[in-house]
Design a protein around this ligand. Structure first.
Ligand code: ZN
Length: 611
């Protein structure tokens, strides 16, 4: 798993090329004349909470997830009514093992690029990367529309844009949780939800076609660390007003019970601090601000000083502290150098790298490559985050290294140190009961999670015909308060990001990478006489990851013989040798020959030098 490259500054002009998985069906519509400017439409606030039920229009609202309903990650949904598009979230996903070398995946936004004149704004629900990670890749491609979000999220979005030298293009607006925001036809209200990052919120979206509640990445926590519980009263009020469609988080739809409160987790952290004899190394996600607060609280209580290490966690702590969200007593945070002069039981090291990322602080400490911190016997290492699927091996390797160095490692298997930020079944049921939607659409999860969530809704009495499980690019179409599902409404796919490249790694490149990873590569260099079409001398063979050449001399000799047969076959007219044809025959026939001898299929690269 490659480490996230947060600091990359891509070319000013990124080329988004797309990988199409489905049939293309974008509908290009013309802008209506006299349409008002986006700036004039936004922030017509303070209409108060008692919105008149909009008189029913005949037009349709299309709700289309571009990502996030076939995976955990790359969350992005569009709401389209007549000439207005509202976008909610813009996240990326981490690649799986079938995508070697790919850093991130972002949704395909071709449809939005073609319809950017309709985009009225982007609302971001919270500051996690699977909701904001794609912002710098996508915003410039869709005309830098204004972004609306809560203050902490806004700061994270700005930091992300700054890393890409894009700050100042899109306007980033801070929302008040109680305001009403009108974007084109959409009238939006917001409600606070608990999650493991502060300032998470859900949306009430009013349109002439229906009323939608959008609730992603949430749980109910009656004793949250920031003392701001979910706004049940607002959710219940929406339910009373009548909700056409509820869209809700499915991440933990298969997990029975209620979510653990962050406060309970605080007690676990407290126990670790109480019992640890030496230093404590605490690794978590940089955005788990509430978790970080609890570490600071326990450190204060047990008279330990905190060293913060890792670029992203230092930045998060700074942002959250400057907004007054993190409470840090003076002199609690010290430099690593100063910590060396303290007794071990007076030190906490707060670190990034809970996913085993190769270049993050924790992995560097585990490999003994960290500039200022070395792990030693007596240390207690806490990994306070469940591995994202695909990262288990990397996390395992960090844990092995840590224990070899003599540290005690605590993680979610031997101590419930990671409280999920996502609602479990009982909370999910309560949301459905409060909102009482006519239609239900599970979001945020892989297909099997959506199905489990649909079953909960079914058990609560939502008719099966009113439950929509979508794939990316499908739509729920609402018209006059009724809804139906339509498949493949717009083309979607995955856009791969590899280093500075956005979309330039496609399925062909990935296939080659997989072939090379599995069976290596085999280069055949042939000097061919232009006049006779014959080999001027013996072909050269270079192989990597296929066979060890010194021990395979017989095989290589035979290959060279085969190459000569292929090149000098009578069907090649000597007067006009067709190089492309020779290359493809060498590729096919040498490929077949090697497979018969070795049962391996290396990537074969024929190179012809004309002489
Ligand atoms: Zn989240």
């Amino acid at each position: 798993m490659p480490a996230p490259r947060l600091g990359i500054s891509p070319n000013a002009e990124l080329v988004l090329s797309m990988i199409t998985k489905r049939q293309q069906r974008p509908q290009r519509r013309k802008a209506e004349p006299g349409q008002s400017d986006t700036a004039a439409l936004v922030q017509r606030m303070d209409r108060g909470l008692s919105i008149q039920h909009p008189h029913t229009g005949a037009s349709t609202l299309r709700v289309i997830p571009l990502g996030g309903v076939e995976e955990v990650g790359e969350n992005m949904t569009i709401f389209e009514y007549e000439n207005d598009i509202l976008i909610v979230d813009m996240g990326f996903a981490f690649p799986d093992e079938n995508m070697p070398g790919v850093d991130y995946i972002i949704p395909d936004t071709k449809y939005l690029q073609e319809n950017k004149h309709k985009i009225r704004g982007v609302v971001i629900t919270h500051g996690h990367l699977d909701h904001i990670g794609a912002v710098p890749y996508i915003l410039p491609k869709i005309g830098d529309p204004p972004v609306f979000t809560m203050p902490l999220t806004a700061a994270f979005v700005e930091r992300r844009l700054e890393e890409f030298h894009l700050l100042g293009r899109s306007q980033i607006h801070r929302l008040d949780i109680d305001q009403v925001l009108n974007l084109g036809t959409f009238s939006l209200r917001f409600f606070r939800l608990n999650h493991n990052i502060p300032d998470s919120m859900g949306l009430s979206i009013r349109t002439p076609a229906g009323h939608i509640i959008y609730a992603t990445d949430w749980k109910f926590d009656h004793t949250p660390v920031d003392n701001k519980p979910s706004e049940f009263h607002k959710i219940a009020t929406y339910g009373g007003e009548g909700v056409t469609l509820l869209m809700s988080d499915s991440t933990n739809a298969e997990v029975p019970g209620y979510s653990l409160s962050e406060k309970d987790l605080g007690e676990t952290i407290d126990r670790v601090f109480r019992d640890a004899q030496g230093r404590i190394v605490f690794a978590t996600f940089s955005t788990l601000i509430n978790r970080i607060q609890q570490v600071f609280n326990s450190a204060t209580k047990y008279d330990r000083k905190v060293v913060v290490t890792g670029r992203s966690i230092v930045a998060s702590v700074e942002i959250a502290f400057s907004l007054g969200i993190l409470k840090i007593p003076p002199k609690l945070i010290i430099r690593a150098e100063a910590a060396r002069r303290l007794p071990d039981n007076k030190v906490v090291i707060l670190s990034t790298g809970s996913q085993g990322e190769e270049s993050a602080s924790l992995a560097r400490m585990a490999r003994g490559e960290h500039k200022t911190i070395t792990i030693k016997a007596g240390d207690t290492v806490v990994i306070s985050a469940s591995p994202i699927p695909g990262n288990e091996a990397a996390v395992g390797s960090v844990m092995n290294n840590m224990t070899r160095l003599g540290a005690r490692v605590i993680y979610n298997k031997n101590l419930d140190i990671h409280s999920s930020g996502h609602a479990k079944q009982e909370d999910l049921k309560m949301m459905i009961s409060l909102v009482k939607p006519k239609y239900f659409m599970p979001i945020h999860g892989e297909h099997h999670m959506l199905v489990a969530h649909a079953e909960l809704a079914h058990n609560l009495g939502v008719p099966d015909a009113n439950i929509f499980i979508l794939d990316n690019g499908d739509a729920v179409v609402l018209r006059e308060g009724t809804a139906k599902k339509m498949e493949h409404v717009i083309k979607t796919g995955l856009v791969f990001i590899d280093g500075l490249g956005v979309g330039d790694v496609g399925e062909v490149v990935l296939r080659d990478r997989k072939v090379m990873a599995e069976d290596g590569m085999f280069v055949v260099i042939m000097q061919i006489d232009r006049k006779t079409g014959k080999l001027a001398n013996q072909p050269d063979i270079i192989s990597r990851g296929f066979v060890y050449m010194k021990e395979s001399e017989d095989l290589l000799r035979e290959v060279k013989h085969e190459v000569r047969k292929v090149v000098e076959t009578k069907s090649n007219k000597p007067q006009e040798p067709n190089w492309a044809y020779i290359r493809s025959r060498v590729r096919d026939q040498i490929g077949e020959f090697l497979f018969q001898r070795t049962e391996r299929r290396p990537l074969i690269l024929p190179v012809i030098i004309e002489v």
